[in-house]
Design a protein around this ligand. Structure first.
Ligand code: SAH
Ligand code: SF4
Ligand code: F3S
Length: 474
């Protein structure tokens, strides 16, 4: 079979960066003439783009690879590719546990995917993992490669790769490398290019976005002997927000220790930047925050949040919290409950601590918290957050929200689903079919902890696209 007639599936296991890498993998394989399909049964190549942030991600991968062994045996010429953070971490271990895998690649050589698939067909199984990012603009930043997106109206834009922080629980710095910012002009060019193809919403991606540009400023100072070494994120927000055609700018994730007033002012002063802050707390206990090396206290976190709300009174705030960090006592956890209640979150992503080999927290074995206690804490936190979320949602009933249409509702195909500027899911009725990417005004008529119900008031702007857009390349 020729490469051109081949079909592929990419399955994504991780975060937004991992999803964005999947779009690049899809883009690269499509550029080779291969066709994306939804189902393994049709596919000749299955790519698993893995994550290793928590242990269950590992278990999920090796479970899936077990099924794929049978899938591969069912037809001659089928190939299995394992990419992403878990292969970066496990390296030769992936093939050790699943020798039937054809290609193993890591986080720093996504640009090689299509070449490796082609080469493996000729020479047999290949493992290729780079130790660090190749400092070449064409491959360093994902968006300089072809990208095949599933949606027409929104897009991720990488502004920074890697992470220089040392959070005691986190494997990301080990698998994504050191922090490198993408030049501002390159980001603005990409956003302008996306806007020209009909994208109206962009999400800026980095592990620690508010330190964006510090390395660029330092390099400039070294070269010119002048200038400050301050991060450039506030400037970036303003400039991205000014790109014609961009109606919504989002970003993830900021780090509370680096959250500065200039960023909050840029959010408040740039119409396109959405009134939503994802602001990872991790723990409400100062003792645990110190053990985690987060670099802030609960008071400092709350103080920044108060400032954010002073500048943006109608701000939605979401967070990440880890329950059961080694040594977390009942008192520590009660502090988390208190801070969560005071922060008045719209929603939280709550994670159970998972030891990752190679991280500091994984060595604190004698302080691991009993799983039954952790499960109980997880549930208590869920109740507190659902209560604040529901109250905040109920307060929106009767208000008009700008909504971007995503498609038919998964809960009820008779309804349309969309996202408010707060990034809340809203389901509403429409007599006309509505294209994904259409902007509309919707009145909120119903509240639940995890979504809103609404009534269409008017269409503001029709989506430009009728169908999925093909592969785009800068
Ligand atoms: N850079 C981002 C987070 C990336 S990881 C930030 O600093 O906010 C996403 C989330 O996964 C983290 O915020 C944390 O809550 C969770 N997480 C990371 N490592 C974990 C671990 N070992 N166990 C449980 N949760 C973890
Ligand atoms: Fe991990 Fe901390 Fe870096 Fe986020 S800031 S990626 S939690 S080390
Ligand atoms: Fe993301 Fe998982 Fe890697 S959270 S950065 S895909 S370890």
């Amino acid at each position: 079979m020729t490469q051109e007639s081949q079909k592929f599936v990419v399955r994504t296991f991780g975060c937004q960066m991992n999803e964005h890498d999947s779009e690049r993998i899809s883009g690269l394989l499509s550029t080779e003439g291969m066709t994306a399909v939804d189902d393994d049964t049709e596919a000749d190549v299955v790519v698993l783009n893995t994550c290793c942030i928590r242990e269950n991600a590992d278990n999920k991968l090796y479970g899936t690879l077990g099924h794929l062994k049978t899938w591969k045996a069912q037809r001659e010429g089928r190939q299995i590719v394992v990419a992403g953070c878990l292969s970066q971490k496990d390296r030769d271990g992936v093939r050790g546990r699943a020798p039937w895998v054809d290609v193993v690649l890591g986080t720093h050589n996504v640009h090689r995917t299509a070449d490796l698939v082609r080469e493996a067909r000729v020479i047999g199984p290949i493992t290729e993992i780079f130790d660090e990012a190749v400092v070449d603009d064409h491959v360093l930043f994902p968006s300089a490669l072809p990208v095949r997106r599933e949606t027409t109206w929104n897009a991720w834009v990488t502004i920074q790769i890697g992470c220089d922080n040392t959070c005691a629980y986190c494997i990301v710095p080990a698998v994504r490398g050191r922090e490198i910012s993408r030049p501002i002009d390159q980001i603005l060019d990409e956003v302008a290019h996306l806007a020209a193809t009909g994208v109206t919403e962009v999400t800026l991606l980095g592990q620690n976005v508010n330190s964006y540009g510090r390395d660029l400023a330092l390099a400039e100072r070294r070269e010119t002997g002048s200038g400050s070494a301050r991060p450039l994120f506030a400037r970036l927000l303003r400039e991205v927000g000014a790109v014609p055609g961009i109606r919504r700018v989002r970003y993830t994730s900021p780090h509370p220790k680096d959250m500065r007033t200039d960023v909050l002012e840029a959010m408040a002063g740039t119409t396109a930047v959405c009134e939503h802050l994802h602001y990872p707390l991790q723990s409400g206990s100062d003792r645990v925050l110190a053990l985690m090396h987060r670099g802030y206290t609960a008071d400092r976190y709350l103080e920044r949040l108060t400032e954010a709300r002073r500048l943006m009174p109608d701000l939605a705030v979401t967070t990440d919290i880890i329950v059961g960090f080694p040594g977390e006592t009942e008192d520590d956890f009660v502090r988390t409950l208190e801070v969560a209640a005071e922060a008045d979150f719209d929603s939280t992503y709550t994670f159970i601590f998972s030891p990752r080999e190679g991280t500091e927290a994984a060595t604190m074995v004698e302080h691991f918290v009993d799983p039954a206690i952790v499960a109980d804490r997880f549930e208590r936190l869920r109740i507190v957050v659902e209560r604040t979320a529901l109250r905040r949602h109920e307060a929106r009933v009767g208000r008009l929200e700008e909504v971007v249409v995503e498609g038919p509702s998964k809960r009820d195909p008779g309804l349309v689903s969309g996202r408010t500027r707060h990034n809340k899911l809203i389901h509403f009725a429409s007599t006309e079919p509505m294209r994904p990417g259409t902007y509309a005004t919707v009145e909120v008529i119903r509240a639940a902890p995890h979504f809103l119900g609404g009534r269409l008031v008017e269409v503001l702007a029709e989506a430009l696209h009728k169908v999925r857009i093909p592969v785009a390349s800068l």
